[in-house]
Write a protein that binds this ligand. Structure first.
Ligand code: ADP
Ligand code: MG
Length: 614
């Protein structure tokens, strides 16, 4: 039998190899525009037709090519950008593989016109399916123009594989953004057939972002970008992050390193972490982050279409990045101001004002706290005192009333039962808080009606409190008269002992007995009166799950799981003063809008919306 192995003809080998680099029209656009950038162009024009199927043209004013180079450029592994293996570790150009033009020429009809500054005449090369049809000297502009026609004309399988025009176009735009966003000093024009899609003047990164994404909503983009900026030995980080309220389901998120777009899921997490608790879980912030590092410290993916890049100092950069984003967000006040409406309050009926009233004593109990919780104290109405007082002894002036706020109210000891009820009802009205389905608190504010989820609000309040205690070692402990014993699995016990010091900061006291058993001798003064054991087990369960995420901070995890386990639940009836206390404490939080894990705490029905309904 004769030998059966033979070499494939160049055209076939090239076609096969091209499959790696050129998968769709967008890949052609990317390769051509990157070449223009590498050639030092300051102005690049792009024209596509039929989503790039029939034409992709890129014209630049870069340095052009000599006659020989224009022909060489189409050879596989022909490049002017690196010379040896060492150069791979100091890449500053977009291209370096020398494969793109060879691949494009293998699967399309290509016409090149190019001229260098020093040459009087330029050169025109026409090549299709790797065969050169024409090479001649021509008059042409300085720079380079590539026309790529009828992509995959000789690979029907590939052509069929292409998606609808809209899909292909969106791939093209995505590639375009990745280049245009990081080359803002280069002017671009972009035509789809006759239609001008973009006309981007040379500018800076911020204006470039606004010009690209703010085409129809420029103001929105101008308002939302916060600058990030930091420089260390390892990395220089510049860029913009969107304000939390502009977060959206499909956000624009871009990382660039040394002028090159990259995907970096790990750094992405660093950014998200900085937004922790500021946005809803289902939404994501916009960001455009430009990193500069020593090219020796990164490994640009050798695969032509992959955009992942490895960093030598990944973890350190991760922290620097997260801190930089946090700082940018911190400089900007993320809490919306909500004005509580005093005007809407219902006046006390005048009939109740009786003359010659003894001025009441203001005598409130600063330690009174409906949830046994926060360090925040406000004068509150002691309900039982008030009501009980009337029943027991008519002469008695109720204690603990915030008289300052109730100047209109005068009480006399001579009310009938019905009148007492009226006073109580009106006081409730004054507070303007209603509980709906034992789950939501409704309260009037200037701009409309606010609805607060009581459980989530309380979770937020407790979370802030616990986190503060863990980090600042301030705690209130309640001693338990008869210590309770909790027995854990070996696994849980391991985890539990890790977080034990933090729990002690919050006010828990434990004695470690043997066999994963603990005696609970004290608990946080803020966790209410339910079963301590249940609370601990629930908290451990939640904390364990969250702690599996390596980026989750253990302090935040503990604070959140404990806050969730001990927050008041929906279905719990709240008294009016409990409601107003909850509201007050919620609004003392830095971020009253969302729970620590990004759930919405409140919603507002605007006055307009409400009026419209009638
Ligand atoms: P690479 O970009 O990896 O070097 P390409 O196949 O994309 O490989 O291009 C081959 C060579 O052709 C480049 O190295 C460059 O010298 C030259 N070239 C390509 N496009 C241009 C252009 N627009 N202007 C000037 N030279 C170009
Ligand atoms: Mg290239």
């Amino acid at each position: 039998m004769s030998d059966i192995i033979h070499l494939l003809p160049d055209s076939v080998a090239n076609q096969i190899a091209a499959g790696e680099v050129i998968q769709r029209p967008a890949s052609v656009l990317k390769e051509l525009v990157e070449n223009s950038i590498d050639a030092g162009a300051t102005s690049i024009q792009i024209v596509i037709k039929d989503a790039g199927r029939t034409l992709i043209q890129v014209i630049d004013n870069g340095k052009g090519m000599s006659e020989t180079d224009a022909r060489m450029a189409f050879e596989r592994h022909a490049t002017s950008k690196i010379e040896n293996a060492d150069d791979l570790f100091s890449i500053r150009t977009m291209g370096f593989r020398g494969e793109a033009l060879a691949s494009i020429a293998a699967v399309a009809q290509v016409e090149l016109r190019t001229r260098r500054q020093e040459d009087e005449l330029g050169v025109n090369v026409e090549i299709a399916g790797t065969r050169v049809f024409k090479q001649e000297m021509v008059q042409c502009d300085l720079g380079t123009s590539f026309q790529v026609k009828n992509l995959f004309f000789n690979v029907p399988a590939r052509r069929r594989f292409l998606k609808s025009d809209n899909v292909e176009k969106s791939h093209i735009l995505n590639e375009f953004y990745r280049i245009a966003l990081v080359n803002s000093t280069v002017a671009f024009s972009f035509f789809d057939g006759e239609e001008e899609i973009f006309q981007l003047p040379a500018s800076n990164n911020k204006i470039r972002i606004e010009n690209i994404f703010g085409k129809n909503a420029k103001k929105r983009w101008q308002q939302q970008l916060l600058t990030i900026e930091t420089s260390t030995n390892l990395v220089t980080i510049n860029g913009y992050v969107g304000k939390p309220e502009f977060a959206q389901k499909s956000a624009s998120q871009y990382f660039f390193v040394n002028g090159r777009y990259m995907r970096h899921p790990y750094f992405h997490k660093a950014v998200l972490l900085a937004y922790n608790q500021m946005i809803q879980v289902s939404e994501s912030p916009n960001y455009f982050i430009y990193l500069e590092v020593d090219p020796q410290t990164i490994d640009i993916n050798i695969h032509p279409t992959k955009t992942e890049i490895k960093f030598e100092n990944e973890q350190t950069i991760w922290s620097i990045l997260s801190a930089a984003v946090k700082e940018a967000l911190g400089k900007f006040n993320i809490v919306p101001s909500i004005e509580f409406d005093q005007e809407g309050a219902v006046d006390m009926p005048t009939g109740m004002v009786i003359e010659n009233v003894r001025p009441p004593q203001t005598n409130f109990n600063p330690n009174y706290n409906p949830f046994g919780t926060s360090s925040y104290k406000r004068p509150v109405l002691d309900w039982e005192d008030l009501y009980g007082g009337f029943e027991k002894k008519e002469e008695q002036i109720p204690t603990s009333i915030d008289w300052e706020l109730n100047k209109n109210i005068s009480l006399t000891p001579s009310f009938t039962n019905q009148e007492q009820q009226q006073v109580i009802d009106n006081l409730e009205t004054r507070a303007e808080n209603y509980q709906y389905k034992n789950r939501y608190i409704l309260t009037g504010i200037k701009s409309g009606l606010m609805m607060i989820d009581q459980q989530r609000a309380h979770t937020r309040i407790l979370y802030d409190l616990f986190l503060n205690q863990i980090e600042n070692s301030r705690s209130l402990s309640q001693q338990i008269l008869f210590p309770e014993i909790v027995e854990l699995s070996a696994d849980d016990s391991l985890f539990f002992e890790q977080i034990l010091p933090d729990l002690e900061h919050i006010g828990f006291e434990f004695e470690i007995l043997e066999n994963h058993t603990y005696s609970v001798k004290g608990i946080s003064a803020h966790v209410g009166t339910g079963s301590v054991i249940d609370l601990l087990l629930e908290m451990l369960d939640k904390a364990k799950t969250t702690a599996q995420d390596p980026t989750a901070s253990i302090h935040e995890t503990i604070a959140l799981s404990l806050a969730e386990a001990s927050s008041l639940k929906s279905g719990q009836r709240l008294s009016p003063e409990e409601m107003s206390d909850l509201i007050d404490r919620l609004f003392a939080c830095v971020n009253p809008n969302f729970t620590p894990d990004g759930k919405k705490i409140m919603t507002i029905f605007t006055q307009e919306e409400l009026v419209k309904r009638f």
